[in-house]
Design a binder for this molecule. Structure first.
Ligand SMILES: Cc1cc2nc3c(=O)[nH]c(=O)nc-3n(C[C@H](O)[C@H](O)[C@H](O)COP(=O)(O)OP(=O)(O)OC[C@H]3O[C@@H](n4cnc5c(N)ncnc54)[C@H](O)[C@@H]3O)c2cc1C
Length: 468
C-alpha cells in the first residue's frame, strides 16, 4: 500500500479543509519531513491541517479508499520517529485543533483538543490552582495529542504518573473514518474493555485522537529542590534507592551524568553549581502543602544524600534558584539534539540502576564512544545518548548498531525495557522482539488489523517488519 496522492485526491483534500491548509510544495512540506529524532528526513507528499474531527474523518475515508498512507503529527518533538511519514502520503497535522474546550473546576477535569501545547495547558490550569502533572521536558513545544499517543512521561511521573493516568476519555477517528467516543468525565468506569487506555500509547497507529478528557489535581503549594553532586555513579544510585525505602516520595528525581553536564556547560556557557569532581548529580524535588512535613522530608533527604557521600547538598529554596537548576536539566535534550547522536530511552527496576549505569560505562569504553546519560531515575529511566564527536562516519556506522544492541540486551537482562516513554516508533521497531515475545507481538498485530485492516494509519511503525 504505497499509493500516491494524485491530483484528484489533492483536489478533494483542498475541498475538505480549504486551500491554505493543504501544503504540497517541497518548501512548504519541509518542516514536516523530520521530527526531533536524530537525523531522519522523509518528505510527505502533502501536509493537511484539519480543524475538526469531521474533517479528519473525511480525510481518512478518502485515504482509505485511495490506499494512501496517513501519518498523524502533533508538535513533531517525538524521539522515536513516530511522526515521520516514512512512506510519503498524507501528513495529518493536528496543530489547528488547539482549543482548551473546558476546564471543569468542580469535577477537576478538562476537555481539550489534541493541538494544545502541553505547557500552555499547564499554565492555564495553574491560574486557578489546579495541576496537570505530565510534563515532558519538551512541554513548551509538544502537544497534548502527541503526549497521549506516546503516553509521555517526564520528571514528575515518579510521584504523579504518566499521561495515561490522566486520560479519562477520548474522541478518536478510526482509519475508516468512523468517529468513536471512549470513556468520559468519569473517575471509575468498567463497562467493557478500556479503549481509552488502549489508544493512549498507541503511537498514532490505531486512530487519530481528536478530543481528550483529562483529570486534574489540586496544585501543590510548596516545592523544595535539593541538588547533590556525587563522586561515584553507584553512590548516587544507592542514595536514590535508600530515599524510597525510607518512605520519602519525591515529586521528581533526576540524574545527570558528568559528560552530559559538560556538554550543556560548553554549549550554553552556564554552569552547574558545586560540581567539582562529581561523576553525576541528583536533582530531587519534594512538593506538598504542609511546610512542617516538607521541612522534615527535606532534612531527611539531605541527610541520606550526605550519608552516601554527596560532595555537597544544595537546598534551592527560592523559586529563582529552582528555576535555574531545572532549566539546566531540561536543556539537556535540546542541546544534545543539536549534535550527531544516537539516543535510547531504557528503563530498569530502580534497584538495578547501579548495575545498569556501570554496564553503560563499560559499553561506551568498549566502543570508545562518548555516552551522555541523564534521566528520570526515580522511575529507573535513563536516556542514553551516544555522541559521534571525534569519530569518523565509518566508525560511527559500525559502532552504533552493536552498542545499541548491547545496551538493550543488558537492560532486558536486568529486567528492564527498551523504551520507557519515547516509544518504539520507527527507529526501535527492530528491537521490539528483545522486549516482547512472539505471542504478544502477534496479538498486537491482530489488534492493529482490527482497527486498520488496510494499514493506512502510520504504517512502518512499532512492528518489526510492518511495511506499507
Ligand atoms: C528536548 C526534548 C525533551 C523531551 N523530553 C521528554 C520527556 O521528558 N518525557 C517524554 O515522555 N518525552 C519527551 N520527549 C519526547 C516527545 O516530546 C514526546 O514523545 C511527546 O509526547 C511528543 O509529542 P508531539 O506533540 O511532539 O508528538 P509528535 O512527535 O508529533 O508525534 C508523536 C507520535 O504521536 C502520534 N500522534 C501525534 N498526535 C496524534 C493524534 N492527535 N492522534 C494520534 N496520533 C498522534 C504521531 O503519529 C507519532 O507517532 C522529549 C523530546 C524532546 C525533543
Amino acid at each position: 500500500m504505497t499509493s500516491k496522492v494524485e491530483a484528484q485526491a489533492l483536489g478533494l483534500l483542498r475541498a475538505i479543509v480549504g486551500d491554505r491548509y493543504v501544503l504540497a510544495s517541497k518548501e512548504d512540506t519541509q518542516p514536516y519531513a523530520s521530527d526531533a529524532t536524530e537525523h531522519f528526513v522523509f518528505y510527505p507528499e502533502v501536509v493537511v491541517k484539519p480543524r475538526t474531527a469531521g474533517e479528519v474523518s473525511q480525510i481518512l475515508k478518502l485515504a482509505r479508499e485511495a490506499r494512501i498512507p496517513v501519518t498523524p503529527r502533533g508538535g513533531g518533538t517525538g524521539l522515536s520517529g513516530g511522526a515521520l511519514p516514512v512512506f510519503g502520503g498524507i501528513l495529518l497535522s493536528l496543530e489547528r485543533m488547539s482549543s482548551i474546550l473546558e476546564i471543569d473546576r468542580e469535577n477537576l477535569m478538562a476537555v481539550v483538543e489534541p493541538g494544545v501545547v502541553t505547557e500552555t495547558f499547564q499554565n492555564e490550569v495553574e491560574k486557578i490552582g489546579l495541576y496537570y502533572p505530565p510534563d515532558p521536558a519538551s512541554r513548551g513545544s509538544c502537544l497534548i495529542g502527541g503526549n497521549v499517543a506516546e503516553n509521555a512521561g517526564g520528571p514528575h511521573a515518579v510521584k504523579y504518573g504518566v499521561t495515561k493516568d490522566y486520560v479519562l476519555g477520548l474522541e478518536a477517528v478510526l482509519p475508516d473514518g468512523e468517529i468513536i467516543q471512549t470513556g468520559g468525565k468519569l473517575l471509575k468506569d468498567v463497562a467493557g474493555y478500556s479503549l481509552t487506555q488502549l489508544l493512549a500509547g498507541s503511537e498514532g497507529t490505531l486512530a487519530v485522537i481528536t478530543r481528550i478528557i483529562l483529570k486534574l489535581i489540586p496544585l501543590p503549594r510548596r516545592r523544595y529542590v535539593l541538588y547533590a553532586p556525587f563522586p561515584r555513579l553507584d553512590s548516587a544510585a544507592e542514595a536514590l534507592t535508600r530515599l524510597f525505602s525510607e518512605g520519602i516520595s519525591p515529586s521528581a528525581c533526576e540524574f545527570m551524568e558528568k559528560s552530559a553536564m559538560d556538554i550543556v556547560e560548553k554549549k550554553l556557557g552556564r554552569h552547574f553549581p558545586s560540581r567539582g569532581q562529581a561523576e553525576a548529580c541528583l536533582l530531587i524535588e519534594l512538593d506538598g502543602n504542609d511546610q512542617g512535613f516538607l521541612d522534615a522530608q527535606a532534612g531527611q533527604t539531605g541527610a541520606i544524600l550526605q550519608e552516601y557521600r554527596a560532595l555537597d547538598v544544595l537546598f534551592c529554596d527560592s523559586p529563582q534558584k529552582q528555576q535555574e537548576i531545572w532549566n539546566l536539566r531540561r536543556s539537556m535534550g535540546e542541546v544534545v539534539n543539536q549534535l550527531v547522536y544516537k539516543g535510547v530511552d531504557v528503563v530498569v527496576p530502580r534497584t538495578m540502576l547501579s548495575r545498569l549505569l556501570a554496564s553503560l560505562r563499560e559499553i561506551s569504553k568498549k566502543y570508545a564512544v562518548t555516552s551522555a546519560c541523564w534521566g528520570h531515575v526515580g522511575d529507573g529511566n535513563i536516556h542514553v545518548n551516544l555522541i559521534k564527536e571525534g569519530l569518523s562516519q565509518e566508525q560511527w556506522d559500525q559502532i552504533v548498531p552493536s552498542a545499541v544492541q548491547e545496551i538493550f540486551s543488558e537492560t532486558v537482562r536486568l529486567g528492564g525495557s527498551i523504551t520507557a516513554e519515547h516509544g518504539v516508533g520507527f527507529i526501535h521497531k527492530k528491537y521490539l522482539p528483545m522486549r516482547l515475545g512472539q505471542a504478544e507481538i502477534r496479538l498486537m498485530r491482530r489488534i492493529k488489523g482490527v482497527f486498520d485492516p488496510d494499514n493506512i494509519l502510520n504504517p512502518g511503525k512499532i512492528f518489526p517488519d510492518y511495511s506499507a
